[in-house]
Design a binder for this molecule. Sequence first.
Ligand code: 8X3
Length: 252
Amino acid sequence: MKKIALITGATSGIGRACAFKFAEGGYNLIITARSADKLEIVKRDLEDLGAEVLGLAFDVQNREASKKAYNYLPQEWRDIDVLINNAGMARGLEPEYKGSFEDWDEMIDTNIKGLLTMTRLVVPGMVERNHGHVINIGSVAGDAAYAGGNVYCATKAAVKALTDGLRIDLANTAVRVTNIKPGLVETNFSKVRFHGDVERANAVYDGIKPLTGEDIADVCYYAACAPEHVQIAEVLVLATHQASGSVIYRAK
Ligand code: 8X3
């Protein structure tokens, strides 16, 4: 029987790349995202790879919608082997004393509360089966704050604490917990951060070859494929010319 991976935020960036990587690896997929239309397109492409795919359109910020989607999962989709908590975003790069309340709420509600909701829904089944793997997409931003990163960095520091906490709480089970912490990845991340300002978004990757969603998907897949007794607890993945959240060498 094929394994099942549930991936949130699976229609773009790291989430989408993970969906393709796990489909190529023989997994069936539950993919979630806000847009039913985008899910449908990704679903068709994944099915071309031979995966069975269930698309669930809901926003992880909406706890009731998340619960409903999970509670209505057909029986054959309930034994989830891998949960990839990928849905997340950065909004704004303003000094903390000038930030937008709306941006803050969106980041906190998605990156922290959405991740917690999905964890709370999916992990009890993993504990019951004494089998499963939770992969959280954290960030180098969670290791140390950088200028203007304030609330985004705080949400990713929370992902680190929540991943570590979950690993401790599951230490008496065979369920594994991993925090993958990417640095600069060229996805629509910066376009979302700058509310669609493409020029400003592109400037983030000036003079440096960033990581791709596929680079991060490879690491997620590696963690998932490790032998059962091996728990990849945390991985920091940086572009070669990035040394930390705030130290980036850019070619002139
Ligand atoms: C994404 C990495 O450095 O742009 O989480 O915050 S960074």
